[in-house]
Ligand binder design. Structure first.
Ligand SMILES: [Zn+2]
Length: 114
């Protein structure tokens, strides 16, 4: 199965979102999604890996500057921008733009877990 869609506000149907990156020590980061139009809660994602737009070298630089960050296993948690990611992102965008996927995110994600 392969599918993609733009996140949609369950209250007003808007597709403009604000992502809130919430980080608490000792816990997985959480991304809370808020509708940019009506301010409703849309969804929350517990983050396993953060895909950056930065290269691996730039990430190393950033991590070294911020000494409070534990960089031991950061490569597992933060993934550098690569050709593979760029291609997958473009593919996802392409599929989402078709607007063919009408099912709710819960339905799509739920089916992928089965
Ligand atoms: Zn809304």
């Amino acid at each position: 199965m392969e599918t993609a869609k733009f996140e949609t506000c369950p209250k007003c149907g808007c597709q403009s979102m604000k992502n809130i990156i919430y980080v608490k020590h000792g816990k997985e980061p959480v991304i809370y999604v808020q509708c940019a139009k009506c301010g409703s809660f849309v969804a929350g994602y517990v983050l396993k890996t953060y895909i950056s737009d930065k290269t691996y070298e730039t990430l190393l630089e950033i991590m070294h500057l911020e000494s409070c960050t534990d960089s031991r296993d950061f490569t597992h948690k933060i993934e550098a921008f690569s050709k593979g990611i760029e291609e997958e992102y473009k593919r996802a965008l392409e599929i989402a733009k078709t607007g063919k996927e009408k099912r709710k995110a819960e339905k799509i994600i739920g089916e992928n877990i089965k």
